[in-house]
Design a protein around this ligand. Structure first.
Ligand code: SF4
Length: 286
């Protein structure tokens, strides 16, 4: 799916970014030594050095939502595609294959003895679907909110999965199998807690898995430049006041990973999570 014209901001060499880039940050998260933000696009500011960096550059290429990353050589690409979903930790994976329809939002996959979960949706990929199949298929598709549904329908149909969405965002998947109501948290099996967090959209929810992994959609993300949590008032479509209140309710939850749709992932010790979440809440109220 290569698209666009090579940007002049790239250094010479095998990998480059084109003007099809929508500046979603995925490549800069996956291959930090290779891609940087230059103006309002990404660019290859250093060609990969060695196999590991080259594989990461291919991971970025596979994850790019617009096909804006090109490699003149394809050796190693098939193996890099086969790496997906990429392990985060324990039985939690990052799916890659982001979709232009969700502006390059990250999605995740959890393997579980009582049925696997897809958290938000990647773009449709037969290779990725085949990997999900090998890993036991998909039982639930948890949708944090209406914006990041991407190719949910195709994955749902393929795996006869059950979608979970909040009733206030259900226009994105009107025929979803499970609708969450109100703002009270819902325990779903002993390991999963669904927490409605109105703000970015009215029906936004986060998913807390084993009190360790918090899947946050567009409610909360890590800002790696500033080393702090971030929530965006500019991209808050429903109510900033509601998002502040939702953030306050999250302060009492225990977790160590934050896995967002947009923005960076992070793992921190519990006390640092508490401190940085608290700092964010104070900034949000200012
Ligand atoms: S992943 Fe693609 S669209 Fe996103 S910032 Fe990188 S080059 Fe641009």
């Amino acid at each position: 799916m290569a698209t666009g014209k090579r940007l002049e901001t790239n250094v010479r060499g095998e990998f480059y970014v084109t003007n099809a880039c929508i500046n979603c940050d995925q490549c800069r998260q996956l291959a930090r030594n290779v891609f940087s933000e230059v103006g309002s696009y990404s660019a290859v500011t250093k060609q990969p050095d060695g196999e590991e960096e080259r594989t990461k550059a291919f991971h970025a290429m596979v994850s790019c939502p617009t096909g804006a990353i090109i490699s003149e050589q394809k050796e190693g690409l098939a193996e890099a595609i086969n790496d997906f979903p990429l392990l985060v930790e324990d039985n939690v994976y990052y799916c890659g294959f982001t979709s232009r329809n969700s502006y390059g939002a990250s999605s995740y996959f959890i393997t579980h003895p009582e049925g696997n979960w897809l958290v938000d949706s990647p773009r449709w990929s037969p290779q990725l679907a085949s990997k999900f199949e090998q890993m036991g298929g998909i039982h639930y598709v948890f949708l944090t909110h209406r914006d990041d549904v991407a190719d949910t329908k195709r994955y749902t149909e393929k795996f006869k999965a059950e979608r979970i969405i909040h009733v206030w965002d259900k226009d994105a998947q009107p025929d979803a199998e499970h609708l969450i109501q109100g703002i009270e948290p819902v325990m779903w099996q002993p390991d999963f807690q669904i927490i409605p967090v109105p703000g970015h959209t009215k029906g936004h929810m986060v998913l807390l898995y084993r009190e360790k992994f918090l899947f946050t959609g567009d409610h909360l993300a890590w800002d790696r430049q500033r080393g702090q949590f971030d929530a965006s008032e500019d991209y808050c479509w429903y109510s900033w006041q509601a998002q502040c209140e939702s953030m306050e309710r999250l302060l009492c939850e225990k977790f160590e990973w934050v896995l967002p749709g947009h923005g960076d992932r992070v793992q921190l010790p519990e006390h640092e999570i508490k401190e940085t979440m608290n700092q964010l809440f104070i900034r949000m109220k200012e």
